[in-house]
Design a protein around this ligand. Structure first.
Ligand code: MG
Length: 329
């Protein structure tokens, strides 16, 4: 049976409270597209396209072009034939027409306890001051960006950080592909040494994407040379890349960003088939995409790893912003 939907979309912009600094540069404004599908019986489904082109998805412009060329009425067939070059669009449209139609987009999103979330710390020294606020909010897993400043400085801050964070904390280091091969070895060696110290009260969970995407073989080799786990992130931005890394032998951790990875139904199929070790992570989406993403997380998470959606403190509260996009709400 095929469904027909009335299709509308709006562009949104949200400013980060503090700009987000990674090895890819500075990010100040999150832009994306909110989709609204209305079926023949008047039920409304919401979806969100939140691309990150520097991470491997389509650009916002490409997503907008795609939305603009669609007619006002679309079908399931339109949705399930969105090309792989538009993975954020695949996610947005598929989740909008999924089973979870909800009429009030600002309804509170059922959020697991903060303990199951990883809280994102700011890069550099600022992490030393910010973890405590997150800890008080209930976070027990933190992610800290590395590869942003000189390695000597970061190692020094790291040393302070691990001696400041409370016992039972888990810490993830995310290099966003910004390390050289030598630097990656130094980080992994440092973490292995810490792991070997029985007095260290916290756990270094993994290092995320130490090297650029092109250096897959080196990361595969590093993953076999050190105890400290490595998670691929940029390397597995889309479903096609995920499948390719798996086929080339990656059995470490896969970071999946549902918002840009592509079709949720095909992601489900892949995860069920291969039982991979996954960590799910945000693309700084609004509550609309987050709800759809967290539904996938509930279904697909195998190993109880904290999910990387601890990013609320990077935005203003989202109470009224959607009403301002649609004046008939
Ligand atoms: Mg990452």
């Amino acid at each position: 049976m095929t469904n027909d939907y009335r299709f509308e979309f709006r562009l949104y912009q949200r400013r980060f409270l503090r700009s987000l600094t990674t090895n890819h540069g500075k990010w100040d404004i999150r832009e994306g597209i909110i989709l609204r599908l209305t079926d023949e019986s008047g039920r409304v489904g919401w979806g969100e396209i939140a691309p990150i082109s520097w991470f491997g998805s389509e650009t916002l412009e490409q997503a907008l072009d795609f939305c603009r060329q669609l007619p006002g009425e679309i079908t399931d067939e339109t949705i399930f034939s969105i090309p792989d070059e538009l993975p954020a669009c695949q996610f947005g449209f598929e989740s909008a027409c999924g089973s979870e139609f909800f009429s009030m987009p600002n309804a509170p999103c059922p959020m697991p306890h903060a303990q199951s979330f990883s809280g994102l710390l700011p890069s550099g020294e600022a992490a030393l001051n910010q973890w405590e606020t997150l800890w008080q909010q209930g976070y027990r897993t933190f992610k800290w960006k590395i590869g942003v400043y000189a390695i000597a400085d970061e190692l020094e801050i790291f040393e302070s950080l691990i001696h400041t964070l409370p016992a039972s904390t888990k810490l993830r280091l995310d290099a966003n592909g910004g390390l050289s091969y030598e630097e990656a070895n130094l980080w992994l060696w440092t973490c292995d040494n810490l792991k070997a110290n029985p007095e260290l009260p916290l756990e270094i969970e993994f290092i995320e994407q130490p090297l650029p995407v092109e250096q897959f073989q080196q990361m595969l080799e590093l993953s076999m040379s050190y105890e400290t786990a490595i998670a691929l992130d940029e390397s597995v931005a889309t479903l096609g890349q995920l499948a390719a890394c798996y086929q080339q032998g990656w059995r470490g951790i896969f970071v999946i960003k549902p918002g840009i990875v592509g079709s949720p139904s095909r992601l489900r199929k892949f995860c069920h088939q291969h039982q991979i070790d996954t960590v799910f992570s945000s693309v700084f989406e609004t509550a609309i995409a987050r709800l759809a993403a967290l539904q996938l997380v509930t279904e697909l998470s195998q190993n109880n790893r904290a999910v990387g959606f601890g990013i609320d403190h990077f935005f203003e509260q989202e109470e009224t912003w959607l009403q301002s996009l649609w004046n008939d709400l």
